[in-house]
Design a protein around this ligand. Structure first.
Ligand code: GLU
Ligand code: MG
Length: 436
């Protein structure tokens, strides 16, 4: 690799956009310690060219400080510069974590999980995206749909491998020109880091071929939505899967059962963090496997949280493969905030010793309102303002953020909503398609 070129110092902000400043490679070492200054007010950016009212003004700065373990170089394109970036923590001048650092939002949730249960989170996002550009339509899940993007699919697999992300599948999805990429799960903070990196790597692979990958929750009104489902499990101190208990009818361990219950209890309020844009509410809803209810299920793809038993016949592999899936998230959410909220909701369930909810084995939308009530299944919010209202009413969810973080985060979300008031749905979705 040449000495020339730029290294991006990058971070994912409240709206899940990966922002960056870049330095010449020759100066990168020097930046490892000091990082780069960034106006705190930048955290109030919407995905568009608007900044929400915020508590920081023109003076406050944070230091975007590289996390060396996340340094990623993808140098697979002979005719264009390598993609090189390192993810950052946002620090105060005294070296402490900025209270609005989204990576630290996850770190502190993971610390509490470890402190209270001794467990580590293992997680992986499923990345669904739409390819736009000069590309013919093909039937869902077809060989033709994949071979139409053969170069891109190969580049994605190679680029992810070079990045150390271990791609597991690259496949055509249900939607026209929609694809999905999954990577192996990672421990702790790396689960969030790798979600940010995977998206940037996929975007770059498309860009190099004159195509564009859009992870927008709903690229087109009449098209299929893009989810960013999270698969996760817990590791105990011996590295065993602490999520599984083959002796329980659900297959889930006591800690996983209480965790699930916590997530179900806080799911409607968590939507403001995990499905957090106006576009998210064109995706969320029943009958599309993107889920419309805070239900729990085993296998059920219409549930917000589901148990995914392993299909392996080998008992060891079966235990290792057992995992849970959170389905409402989409890529307009910050991955660290998604995982942090997930952990915090689950921990609340563990603290309160909650019982596993009744498993729903149909599309909850098919149940009568009375049946849903009996099973404790609540509807997810239908719009961003509804989601924010639910968040504000849920003291537990509110408590996950410092007052400054809550105020500034909601400031951005209110502005995003205001920008879309009175706008045609198609125009809103066009904006989000371009931004994500
Ligand atoms: N595209 C669906 C969503 O919006 C998910 C489909 C699937 O289960 O893979 O979440
Ligand atoms: Mg999918």
């Amino acid at each position: 690799m040449s000495e020339h070129g730029l290294v991006m110092l990058a971070w994912s902000d409240y709206v899940g956009v990966t922002r960056c400043r870049a330095v010449p490679r020759s100066q990168f070492q020097g930046r490892l310690e000091t990082g780069l200054g960034w106006a705190a007010a930048g955290q109030a950016l919407t995905p568009f060219a608007d900044i929400a009212p915020n508590p920081w003004g023109p003076m406050s700065e944070v230091r975007q400080t590289p996390v060396p373990a996340t340094h990623t170089v993808v140098d697979i394109w002979p005719d264009s510069p390598a993609l090189e970036l390192v993810l950052c923590d946002s620090l105060n001048a005294d070296g402490s974590y900025w209270e609005c650092c989204t990576r630290n939002f996850l770190r502190s949730a993971l610390d509490d999980l470890r402190g209270e249960t001794g467990l580590e989170l293992l997680s992986a996002f499923e990345h669904e995206f739409l390819i736009t550009g000069d590309l013919p339509a093909a039937p869902p899940f077809s060989v033709e749909a994949l071979r139409n993007v053969a170069r891109l699919a190969d580049d994605i697999a190679l680029a992810l491998e070079v990045s150390g992300l271990t791609p597991e599948t690259v496949e055509p999805e249900y939607g026209v020109r929609q694809y999905e990429v999954t990577v192996a799960p990672s421990r702790g903070l790396a689960g969030g880091d790798n979600a940010v990196l995977a998206r940037e790597v996929i975007r770059e692979c498309a860009r190099r071929l004159g195509l564009r990958a859009s992870f927008s929750p709903k690229p087109f009104l009449d098209g299929v939505g893009n989810g960013a489902h999270v698969h996760f499990s817990f590791l105990d101190a011996e590295g065993r899967n602490a999520t599984v208990d083959p002796t329980h009818p659900s297959g889930a361990s006591a800690v996983a059962r209480a965790f699930i219950a916590g997530v179900v209890r806080h799911m409607p309020a968590m939507c403001a963090l995990v499905s957090p844009s106006p576009a998210s509410y064109y995706r969320l809803g029943p009958h599309h496997w993107s889920c419309g209810y805070a239900a729990f299920g085993i296998q059920n793809r219409e549930a917000s949280i589901r148990i995914c038993p392993s299909t392996s016949t080998d008992p060891t592999a079966r235990e290792r493969g057992f995992n849970l899936e959170l389905r409402p998230p989409d890529a307009s959410a910050n991955p660290y905030m998604v995982l942090g909220a997930l952990v915090r909701a689950g921990l609340a369930g563990i603290r309160d010793g909650l019982e596993l909810p009744v498993a729903c084995d149909v599309d909850p939308a098919e149940l009568s309102e009375a049946e849903r009530q009996r099973m404790g299944i609540r509807e997810l919010p239908g719009s961003l303002p509804e989601a924010i209202d639910l968040l504000l009413k849920d003291a537990e969810v509110r408590s996950w953020m410092s007052p400054t973080m809550l105020e500034s985060y909601l400031g951005v979300k209110y502005l995003e909503h205001e920008l879309t008031v009175g706008e045609d749905a198609a125009d809103t979705l066009t904006r989000y398609r371009a931004a994500y």
